[in-house]
Design a protein around this ligand. Sequence first.
Ligand code: TYM
Length: 425
Amino acid sequence: MNTPVNVALPSMRIAAIVNSASDLAVGARHACALVEERVRCWGANTRGQIGTGSTSAGLIAMASVVANLTGVSDVQAGGDFTCALSAQTLDAARRARDAPPVMERPKRYLSGIQPSGELHLGNYFGAMRQHIAHQHQGNSYYFIANYHALTTVHDAAKLRAMTFDVAASYLAFGLDPTRAVLFRQSDVPEVTELSWLLSTVCAMGLLQRAVSFKDKLEQGFEPKVGLFTYPVLMAADILAYDSTTVPVGQDQIQHLEITRDLVTAFHAIYGEVFVRPEPLLGEAPLVPGLDGLKMSKSYGNTIPLMAAGKPLKERINRIVTDSTPLEDPKDPEPRVAFKLYSLFATAEERAVMADKYRAGGFGDGHAKVELRAKIEEVFADARARRAHFDAHPDEVEDVLREGARQAREVARATLDRARRAVGLS
Ligand code: TYM
């Protein structure tokens, strides 16, 4: 029987202990991650309890997970940041604290785009551009999330066409299939099985808080099960490929938090199986649409990536402006036309336009003309390459097939690990 030892256990100290390597520390590491995730994801409530409560729910959770995973039965928690741990657990924690740090995994980038509407500047500057850039830095996996698109697109021909559009656009904008693996989500059906395994440890509350689900309901979508469990499938996508780094726009951050929560929940029951991924925001995590809100396929406020000529002009003309007289000096920063122009322009070009706004005699109408010219110029090469892929769809299909073959090998290995952990094999 272990002798319980009372120790003051501020959460920072736990963090220091649990970042170190040791099998025995695994329990403490999970515990810390659990609390950390709760604080990060679900905010005020837990923070309040951990920060001020005399019976800290966070500490109790922590202690119970430590108990679970270290097999020590007399772990208790209570009081102001005071937790009773057994001598054995404390020893394990101390050994872990003094152990050499864990070797860092090499980075693996992974991300996905839904073929649920025309790709737009938000998709490009928020996600695709960094995906393509990262292909030079580590191994990279990018996919077309057609399973996810089924939650909103119920037209087979449209889904096929948009799937091709995403693949051809990636290639046109510079994705090199010899450096990055590009594939269709549905060509790796292992993710649907993994999604099921994750759903068995996923609390309903986790999904009920998902902003994207509430947003879809507000847009008038029926509350379908697939829409509700969308983040679980997304977690499966990310975990299946042992991804360390997920480059996304701001709107996907909560989905990454849910993924990390699911890792914690799964590991707390079955032990370590998955790599815990980190989101990565690029330089333009929230590109505004024509109306100043987030640019989004579902808000009808986009500038499509492939728009040129008259259709491009029409979209740009719809960018919001205000009624400030032309001759007045203006602050460029809040203006959508200026923000969009800044995505394409060099720092000098941006500064020149900002000065013109501030000087007066220059308005959004002028900025729109410059924006249009800039888009035509910067995207000209990509549009030409895209025309090539439109004329040679077999080339795109070959890339996707080879990508699926490579992606499937990784996903299979992860799924096998998960199946063994839960007792399916
Ligand atoms: P989706 O298809 O809505 O968007 C694809 C990517 O584009 C980014 N994005 C933006 N970034 C900045 N400003 C904007 N206005 C803007 N609009 C879109 C998104 O953040 C995203 O990175 N759930 C995902 C698809 C997905 C996925 C995954 C992503 C499925 N499984 C696994 C990463 C990892 C989605 O709907 O993206």
